[in-house]
Design a protein around this ligand. Structure first.
Ligand SMILES: NC(=O)c1ccc[n+]([C@@H]2O[C@H](COP(=O)([O-])OP(=O)(O)OC[C@H]3O[C@@H](n4cnc5c(N)ncnc54)[C@H](OP(=O)(O)O)[C@@H]3O)[C@@H](O)[C@H]2O)c1
Length: 245
């Protein structure tokens, strides 16, 4: 059965791979982008190899922008039935040097942004008595990482969000889960220095970074009917790095 799916930050990287995977299985898919047109087009729609994505402008740090994006999606595709809270940023530095703005800025996008979207999505999911929320966390959320106190805190926070949503809304056929990728080949990891990448690869039992598609397949599975009894879980897609954490 085709569903209406929203992937925040779905205009590139892991989010775009997730959005394309939903399109391939026949869902109606919206992605958010922040400025200009979505890539590869001068209209908000993104034409992918697999089919069309509906692009909506949205900054997840702004509740009005989140509300407007959901309203636009509802008008075009219907109420959001599957929310993938994927938009995220890093702003790395060691604790001693991290400013309060660097800490709260990352939390505002990665954690509060996901909360804003989950809250807005929940109204219609409750009415439909069906919904799937999938929060894109990181292995770093439970593993920790030097220089990423802000990022790790934001990603660990998503586990608390998913588990509390599960306890609040689980009886209404709404599931909330976390997908925790390890290192994935995207713009975010392209920014890492080569010696750090080599060091990380050595620590990963699989011996390589993930492809974004490998994260997408965990997400589409969690959104499907066959995963209807899975909620409050943290699914690692990390080549064994976090050992199931
Ligand atoms: N890459 C990895 O190795 C890795 C590992 C574990 C977890 N993750 C997580 O996976 C998610 C996607 O990562 P990625 O590697 O694909 O990152 P990316 O290539 O840097 O893309 C980040 C996405 O988030 C969007 N975004 C950022 N701030 C936003 C805001 N305030 N409002 C709306 N959208 C915003 C960006 O939109 P714009 O294009 O408008 O900037 C972009 O679409 C993130 O949550 C990240 O933390 C990534």
């Amino acid at each position: 059965m085709a569903r209406t799916v929203l992937v925040t930050g779905g205009n590139r990287g892991i989010g775009l791979a997730i959005a394309q995977a939903f399109v391939k299985q026949g869902d109606r898919v919206a992605v958010t982008y922040r400025s200009g047109a979505a890539p590869g087009t001068d209209t908000p729609d993104v034409e992918t190899g697999a089919g069309r994505l509906f692009g909506v402008r949205c900054d997840v740090t702004d509740s009005d922008s989140v509300d407007a994006a959901f309203t636009a999606i509802e008008a075009e595709l219907g109420p959001v039935e599957v929310l993938v809270a994927n938009a995220g940023i890093t702003d790395d530095t060691l604790l001693l040097r991290m400013s309060e703005e660097q800490f709260t800025g990352v939390l505002d996008t990665n954690l509060t942004g996901a909360f804003r979207c989950a809250k807005r999505a929940s109204t219609k999911m409750l009415r439909a008595r069906w919904g799937r929320m999938i929060f894109i966390s990181s292995v770093v959320g439970l593993y920790g990482s030097p220089g990423q106190v802000n990022y790790a805190a934001s990603k660990a926070g998503l586990v608390g969000v998913a588990r509390s949503v599960t306890r609040e809304l689980g009886s209404r056929n709404i599931t909330a889960n976390v997908v925790a990728p390890g290192y994935v080949e995207t713009d975010m990891t392209a920014a890492l220095p080569d010696d750090r990448k080599t060091e990380y690869r050595k620590a990963i039992p699989a011996g390589r970074f993930a492809a974004a598609d490998e994260v997408a397949s965990a997400v589409t599975w969690l959104a499907g009917d066959s995963a209807g009894y899975i909620s409050g879980a943290v699914i690692p897609v990390d080549g064994g790095l976090g050992m199931g954490h």
